[in-house]
Design a binder for this molecule. Sequence first.
Ligand code: SF4
Ligand code: SF4
Length: 69
Amino acid sequence: MARLKVRISFPDRCKGCGLCAHFCPKEALVVGRNRNVQGYRVVEVVAYEKCTGCGICYLMCPDVVLEVK
Ligand code: SF4
Ligand code: SF4
């Protein structure tokens, strides 16, 4: 069975607040340098292989940017 993994499904909603990255226990996310249509820096997955699919980032994001599939 495939393991659950994080996806940045709606990057244009991201406000670059960093909550998801702060609370990720695996340090799999960072707020990157690329900006979205709103002008905010967008979160990126930097250690996809470390993601356990725990869903904490999904729960923390106030703008429902992330999905765990
Ligand atoms: S699902 Fe869990 S391990 Fe994966 S990026 Fe989100 S908080 Fe980190
Ligand atoms: S994905 Fe959500 S929690 Fe993470 S930086 Fe963007 S707005 Fe903040």
